[in-house]
Write a protein that binds this ligand. Structure first.
Ligand SMILES: NC(=O)c1ccc[n+]([C@@H]2O[C@H](COP(=O)([O-])OP(=O)(O)OC[C@H]3O[C@@H](n4cnc5c(N)ncnc54)[C@H](OP(=O)(O)O)[C@@H]3O)[C@@H](O)[C@H]2O)c1
Length: 257
């Protein structure tokens, strides 16, 4: 169990899960560096009274700008008294990529943010945490990484990358005193899921999701997938013939390209 952290950095904190997590940690007294590109949203987050008694510091950062990640994150780690305790690689872009059309720009964008940006965030701070013998790295993956649905192969692949990368970090950093948690959410209300045109089973509010994730981080879980009915359904779908999965998804409005 991790003590309530003093210094937390969250990428993709201007909306959805990242914003709710920033408020969750701030309410527990943490100083939270909230990173994203839309600084006007970060300013409203920093001013949100529900985040007190902690402090939220807006941080303009595009995680796909790797030189910026490599420059800014060590600066924040130095500014944070005693260094960053928890770093959450949450920034992500979703959406469909229909392979019958030229979707390269969309494919490239998802890889730049979800893979390169997330890995750069964690890889930049891992050696600093290992050197001081403490710290906690968190990757926000997805249950989408466990089951490929129509037109979501690229997104699923990026999220599976993060899960496996976190597994490796856990293996290599445990003896250095650095904890690693991979989180696989099901459907949560956010700007990302607002674009979905199909029925999303077991859809959660962002605050509920943040509470579940924040507690799992404090418990120091290696992997936390939620909500459990969606976890069971996703696991079961792996053992069911493709035609049956396709029929069930088709009824929810999810059809192949
Ligand atoms: N909602 C779900 O059902 C769900 C389920 C499983 C996993 N997830 C994962 O949870 C994470 C958060 O998603 P969400 O649902 O909360 O979506 P969201 O509301 O769209 O939030 C995405 C966040 O990522 C940030 N972002 C996007 N590109 C960025 C970039 N280049 N640099 C820095 N920040 C960037 C956005 O901020 P700016 O645009 O201001 O930069 C925003 O704050 C994602 O990794 C997503 O894959 C979500």
């Amino acid at each position: 169990m991790t003590d309530s952290p003093r210094n937390v950095l969250i990428t993709g904190a201007s909306s959805g899960l990242g914003r709710a997590l920033a408020l969750w940690f701030a309410r527990r007294g943490a100083k939270v560096w909230a990173a994203a590109r839309r600084t006007e949203l970060l300013d409203t987050l920093a001013a949100d009274p529900s985040g007190r008694p902690g402090t939220i510091v807006p941080l303009a950062l595009d995680v796909s700008d790797i030189p910026a990640v490599r420059r800014v994150l060590p600066d924040v780690d130095r500014q944070a008294e005693g260094g960053l305790d928890v770093v959450i690689a949450n920034a992500g872009v979703g959406g469909e990529a229909n392979p019958r059309k030229d979707t390269w720009e969309r494919v490239e964008r998802m890889i730049q943010v979800n893979v390169t940006g997330a890995a750069a965030t964690l890889a930049t701070l891992a050696p600093r945490m290992a050197e001081r013998g403490r710290g906690h790295l968190v990757g926000i993956s997805s249950l989408a990484g466990w089951i490929v649905t129509p037109k979501m192969g690229v997104y699923a692949a990026t999220k599976m990358f993060l899960e496996v990368y976190c597994d490796g970090l856990h293996l290599d950093l445990r003896s250095a005193g650095v904890q690693v948690t991979c989180i696989n959410p099901g459907f949560v209300k956010s700007e990302m899921t607002a674009k979905n045109r199909f029925k999303m089973p077991f859809l959660l509010e962002a605050d509920d999701a943040a509470d579940r994730m924040g507690r799992a981080i404090l418990r120091g879980e290696k992997q936390f997938a939620y909500p459990w009915p969606m976890v069971l359904a996703t696991r079961a779908a792996r053992w069911v013939p493709d035609a049956v999965v396709a029929r069930v998804m088709g009824k929810s409005g999810v059809k192949p390209a």
